[in-house]
Design a protein around this ligand. Structure first.
Ligand SMILES: Nc1nc2c(c(=O)[nH]1)N[C@H]1C(S)=C(S)[C@@H](COP(=O)(O)O)O[C@H]1N2
Ligand SMILES: [Mo]
Length: 528
């Protein structure tokens, strides 16, 4: 590296300037990605995800050694280590930028790919978590062009004696430093703003962590709800594996101390309830399976959890619902709305304002601090997350988010069943195999499941907990299994459920729009 001396012909921008460029652009991208992750409240910044990945990939013995030797310094040292590696990579990318834009972008692509791998390989990955990566990458691309423009055309000294073959176009050392200053200043502003906006999530998460809810009990899985079969979906769905549907990317951050539910409309007296009003009441708890109307035949937008909350019927009795009302229009903190049949909220089913899922306060993703759960209705007409408003009204007078988009006003769950084993394309050996799956029609209940092999006669499958008619109630899915003796060749398995009234699940195919899919789940497999 040559050191320009006064009066000597100014050399082209030195390697050090290019490395500086790489580092400034690199960290500006990280700042933007950090702010994006805070504003959208994604689980964490891709850099933190990378730290997690490093921990995951480090052999256990090394981790133990690090914890023992470095004590509580292990996490800060890990972040410092990642910071050093990234600084070196960014400096390298700066040097690549001297040669060509393409090479520098290839370098940033590699860094982004590491971030992607870290975010993508975590359990419970959601596509919303990609926005911070995208924001960082776009920032890198734009700033690289902008800063490189200043450095390329500029002799990194004064404007005389430029050995660079590029025609000078007005850039200068001052120009580069000015732009670099803007980028550094902008990054600081973006970081501070992100921290400020992100504080909301931290304080809500802290409040959630510190909550102690008397009356919320840990889920205890009833006996005999499971069939002994490999590959069947777990009867109880862990919160992290529970499907997620919402129409907002950025999660609403509602502190329990700020949460209020207003019940108004066609009522004798309008009332509001705070979070402590709610959790100090008698709580109701039960296993309820929730599913999405957009679930295709055989799909997995369904989960079963232990919900704890306050009976909606009790609150509606307190406000005094007018006889002409037939609907409660629920509104979320996000502005999302749904219309729920009043009857389903006031009859003997356990429709509740849920505060806990599987014995823990709701997660932010699943509606913290309070959401509605109504057994027997699809989520889009009932399971309002971050719910803040109940308007007692008439269906004739209101529309809601999904009904405005062509979905049906009422959303009772349809009788359905699914094959979990085998899966399409399985190659099995000849002989006996146990197949299994689930069937559901919440609040109605399942009395039987039948399968047909290659279009043959319907065979009765065994239901878990068959000896007890309510398994553990009518509001959950039911596991089934059947053992079949298989001969070589291509095979097709179909399943259908029968409800407690003897109705048989229809084989007629219907798309999820407008009120839920129908048809028998069919799986093709072969036997050698
Ligand atoms: N605020 C809000 N609540 C909502 C939704 C939404 O988009 N916004 N989606 C609904 C739909 S379509 C379903 S199926 C369930 C899914 O609940 P989950 O994400 O906890 O599984 O939430 C319901 N509640
Ligand atoms: Mo849904």
């Amino acid at each position: 590296m040559s050191i320009p001396t006064a009066g000597a012909a100014a050399p082209a921008p030195r390697a050090r300037a290019w490395m500086l460029l790489g580092v400034i652009v690199g960290y500006a991208g990280l700042a933007m990605s950090h702010a994006t992750s805070r504003v959208l409240s994604t689980r964490d910044w891709p850099v933190e995800a990378v730290a997690d990945m490093v921990i995951r990939m480090t052999p256990g013995a090394v981790v133990e050694w690090a914890i023992k030797t470095l004590k509580s310094l292990d996490k800060p040292l890990l972040i410092i280590g990642i910071g050093l590696v990234m600084t070196l990579m960014f400096a390298g990318i700066g040097l690549l930028a001297r040669r060509s834009m393409g090479q520098a972008m290839a370098g940033f692509t590699v860094v982004a790919a590491i971030g992607f791998a870290a975010v993508f390989t975590r359990s419970g990955f959601g596509f919303g978590e990609l926005w911070p990566l995208i924001a960082g990458f776009v920032t890198w691309s734009l700033l690289l062009v902008w800063l490189r423009g200043a450095l390329l055309v500029a002799p990194y000294g004064d404007a005389s004696g430029d050995p660079d073959p590029q025609p000078p176009a007005g850039g200068s050392r001052r120009d580069f430093l000015r732009r670099a200053g803007i980028v550094v200043g902008g990054s600081i502003v973006v970081t501070v703003a992100g921290r400020w906006l992100g504080g909301a999530r931290r304080s809500v998460e802290e409040a959630r962590r510190l909550l102690r809810l008397d009356g919320v009990t840990a889920p205890s899985i009833p006996e005999r709800v499971k069939v002994a079969a490999d590959g069947v979906t777990p009867w109880e769905t862990p919160v992290d594996d529970f499907y997620l549907i919402h129409t907002n990317y950025s999660l609403p951050l509602v502190h329990p101390n700020d949460w209020v539910l207003r019940i108004h409309g066609m009522v004798d007296q309008e009332l509001t309830y705070t979070y402590s009003d709610l959790v100090n009441r008698q709580l109701t708890e039960s296993w309820i399976t929730l599913n999405c109307v957009s679930n295709p035949v055989g799909g997995d937008l369904i989960g079963n959890a232990w919900w704890s909350g306050v009976r909606v019927a009790d609150l509606l009795a307190e406000v005094g619902v007018h006889a002409e009302a037939d609907c409660v229009l629920q509104t979320s903190e996000t502005g999302w709305t749904c219309g729920t049949p009043l009857e389903a909220l006031t009859d003997d089913r356990n429709a509740m304002l849920a505060v806990a899922q599987n014995g823990e306060p709701l997660t932010i993703e699943h509606g913290f601090p309070v959401r509605t759960i109504v057994p027997g209705l699809y989520g889009y007409v009932s399971a309002c997350k971050w719910v803040v408003d109940y308007e007692v009204t008439r269906f004739a007078d209101v529309t809601a988010y999904w009904t405005d988009r062509g979905w049906s006003e009422l959303g009772p769950v349809k009788l359905a069943s699914r094959i979990d084993v085998p899966v399409n394309g399985d190659e099995l050996e000849a002989g006996e195999h146990t197949f299994a799956g689930v069937a559901w029609q919440q609040h109605t209940g399942i009395s039987g499941v039948q399968v047909s092999l290659d279009g043959g006669k319907w065979l009765d499958a065994t239901l878990a907990g068959w000896a007890r008619p309510k398994r553990p109630n009518l509001d959950t899915w039911v596991q089934w299994k059947i053992t079949l003796d298989l001969t070589p060749g291509d095979h097709q398995l179909q399943v259908r459920a029968i409800d407690v009234d003897g109705n048989v699940q229809t084989g007629e195919l219907a798309e999820p729009v407008p009120d839920g899919a129908t048809g028998w789940h069919t799986v093709d497999f072969s036997v050698e």
